[in-house]
Design a protein around this ligand. Structure first.
Ligand SMILES: *Cc1c(COP(=O)(O)O)cnc(C)c1O
Length: 280
């Protein structure tokens, strides 16, 4: 997405809110927040950012990037059960909400009663899903035990290993610019002449490995490989490359046998020789 498009679309209009998906799971594109913050400032608009698939997998700095509303999900890189959406809103948002002249039409999306629920008043709003809250607490404890920076680095390293393997098999990545790639979801272009759906089916049936396909206009044109939270692990990268090679070979796709797994192994043996803190 181009911030210029938003600027142009918003010019001369009363824009209250600019919405942005940080890590767009459907395309594997990571968007830099800062240019959109600038556009939102120019338009006098609030900035709301969806970090459902990026939080914990790559840096999200709500205060430094001056995100007005930031929300995420618990079931992606945080690796807690689904069903919760951590959200943070700043004082400016609270002001806007309190100054509303009309009521919010939805109970669940109305932060007004929720603010008195989480504030000093403790006015009842809903019954919290207590087991989920305990699950989230434990998942966050694990995240902090590893360390946020170490988690970002692990996601990055495992994705770079995956990319080394993918390219060694002669496949192309969907996102050309490394700075625009999510670390948690990697988009791969299914090669011509290969039945991409059959590959996904086989990965699932034979290896219990599930990868995503393309959605909407990208149907049939994209594989999406998730290495997220507790699934961002070396053994899954190696398993996936080995399984993918078999599925491609079964469809007579020409590749150099063992090249994917070899490239992944080489990547790990090179990076693991250097302590994470010293890696560039
Ligand atoms: C998964 C995802 C969502 C949706 O989360 P649900 O809990 O399934 O509704 C929203 N945005 C992004 C970027 C996602 O990856």
């Amino acid at each position: 997405m181009d911030p210029e498009d938003v600027r142009r679309a918003g010019q001369g209009r009363n824009i209250k809110l600019v919405g942005l998906v940080h890590g767009e799971t459907s395309t594997s594109v990571l968007t830099q927040i800062e240019p959109f913050r600038r556009v939102a400032d120019e338009l006098g608009a609030l900035l709301v950012v969806d970090t459902v698939a990026s939080l914990v997998g790559s840096p999200v700095d709500v205060d430094r990037e001056r995100i007005d509303i930031c929300f995420s999900g618990t079931q992606k890189a945080i690796s807690a059960p689904p069903g919760m959406a951590p959200i943070t809103v700043n004082a400016r948002v609270e002001e806007v909400i309190r100054a509303r002249k009309t009521k919010v039409a939805s109970w669940y999306f109305d932060l007004t009663p929720i603010m008195t629920y989480w504030g000093k008043d403790r006015t009842y709003h809903h019954t919290p899903p207590i087991p989920l809250v305990f699950g989230l607490r434990e998942a966050l404890r694990i995240v902090l035990e590893e360390g946020l920076k170490a988690s970002w680095e692990r996601h990055r390293q495992n994705q770079l290993a995956l990319i080394a393997g993918i390219q060694a098999l002669g496949l192309e990545l969907f996102v050309a610019n490394p700075a625009e790639r999510m670390t948690t979801v990697t988009g791969i272009v299914p090669p011509a002449g290969v039945d991409e759906h059959r590959v996904r089916r086989q990965l699932l049936d034979e290896f219990s490995v599930e990868i995503g396909g393309g959605i909407g206009t990208l149907k049939g044109k994209l594989w999406r490989v998730g290495l997220m939270g507790c699934s961002s692990q070396k053994r899954y990268v190696l398993l996936f490359l080995a399984a993918l090679e078999k599925a491609l070979t079964d469809q007579n796709f020409r590749l150099s046998p063992g090249a994917g797994v070899t490239a992944v192994s080489r990547y790990y043996s090179q990076t693991e020789a250097v302590p994470v803190a010293q890696q560039k």
